[in-house]
Design a protein around this ligand. Structure first.
Ligand SMILES: [Zn+2]
Length: 129
């Protein structure tokens, strides 16, 4: 398998693991599952986190400033939407495994994830705090 094929394979794996990571995170956030399911999802979550970290290292690319601008825009947008819902976001923490940042509401524990490409919010329309 040549380098290009390998890279495209890794990228597809990355996408799949990212979906697993975010999907398991969302199901755990919903918090309405049997404990056996939660256990399984935590396993999926931690496995996909490790795989994403490894893939990120393999696929490591040079610094890209344009992405940083998009990232900051997405952070701003997420903060504005959160504030409108009465949420109080804590500081942004690196979520390296998913190639982005995550912030948690200090009142209701809901979380929002941003990368240069996506905003993924599990915050309710209005804060329950
Ligand atoms: Zn909240």
């Amino acid at each position: 398998m040549d380098r290009e094929n390998l890279e495209s394979k890794f990228k597809r794996m990355q996408l799949a693991y990212r979906n697993l990571f975010l999907g398991s995170l969302e199901l755990l956030e919903l918090n309405s599952l049997f404990w056996t399911e939660k256990l399984l999802l935590r396993l999926v979550n931690s496995l996909s986190r490790k795989r994403l970290q490894a893939l990120k290292d393999v696929l490591a690319e040079g610094g890209d400033n344009e992405d940083n601008v998009l990232l900051r825009e997405n952070m701003m947008e997420a903060q504005v939407v959160a504030a409108l819902g009465g949420h109080q976001l804590g500081s942004w923490e690196t979520a390296e495994e998913a190639d982005g940042y995550q912030a948690v509401c200090l009142i209701c524990d809901g979380s929002v994830f941003v990368s240069e490409k996506t905003i993924y919010s599990i915050l309710t329309d209005s804060c329950t705090g």
